[in-house]
Design a protein around this ligand. Sequence first.
Ligand code: GMT
Length: 377
Amino acid sequence: MRIGIVCYPTFGGSGVVATELGKELALKGHQVHFISYDLPVRFDKLLTNLHYHEVRVSDYPLFDYQPYELVLASRIVDVVKHEGLDILHVHYAIPHASAAYMAQQILKTEGIYMPFVTTLHGTDITLVGKDESFEPDITFAINQSDAVTAVSDSLKADTYKHFNVKREIEVIPNFIDLKRYQGCSTDGVLKAFAPKGERLLLHTSNFRPVKRVEDVVEVFSKVRKVIPSKLLLAGDGPERPKIEALCRKLGTCDDVHFLGKLKNIEEVYSVADLFLLPSETESFGLAALEAMASRVPVISSNTGGIPEINEIGVTGFLSNVGDTDEMAANALKLLKDEALLSKFREAAYQKAKQFSEDSIIPIYENLYERVLAGVAK
Ligand code: GMT
């Protein structure tokens, strides 16, 4: 198949999933064309059948806001026509699904039918999408897509709850390339961050309010009072000043490392003892799955789609949003008992295997085939 993929090129989970999907499809022999405003961060393979088309928005002084969605739609039209795409897969509804719909209508006037699949990732539904300034547009674009997928049962339910969507939504969970998270050399990193054998707690995100990174620091501070430990914070974002202020207030600064937007995040997972994900809401929690693939148990909130991957008392523990006392107690339960921690480590890995790319990619291929056969709508 000749497949177009539209995604955000940034570190966010939706861009990572879209890029990993495209790379795997290319490895399976499909022609894959990425369309985005920058090279996706995980676009790290040189293959003759993996292509990238940049969307470049000119800066006209007339516009206070540049119309990215229109330029994207035009770029999609161009790529479909000149590369002969069979199907387009857009990741994140806003504004990708509406740009795809617009491109589809333009192409129709030229006698070309381009079906498009929309994958809902989370904040496009649970946060941004709910905003009334986007809602009618999203409802329309979801209803007009040739097929719609959501990354968890929880996100599917949220979509039906918040939008007037009548059509079928298929759940295709996020997936992971297990190999990427095995066999990293850990000695140097361990020596650097845990020179006296301290426990390492890890959190990675875009530091947005929804991630509740201050809860991460609270949990760490409670754990650190009992067990020598360090906190690794990978990523960056708007809450950083608040997080730093809290570290200063709690006197934990010396034991908290801000690692920034790391590309080789798997190295950090490989040295962690626990992963913390106390989010307000989380449609799936790809970062938790990456941790589990690295044999790192997860202390998380019990919100959204997280319970679909983190099994309470098996791969980690789940608590109500904001309950940092319970999260810290659960973290200590594992950190104090090496045998129990090992058991959870293995269970986390076994659970992650259920989301291996080998089992999920064929589900997408099958969906594309059904769409092309005109079955899915
Ligand atoms: O977590 C974010 O804020 C980024 C966002 C994105 O679109 O990149 O992540 C969402 O999509 C990921 C991939 O499907 C999911 O694993 C994340 O759980 C989801 N984030 C939220 O629902 C908050």
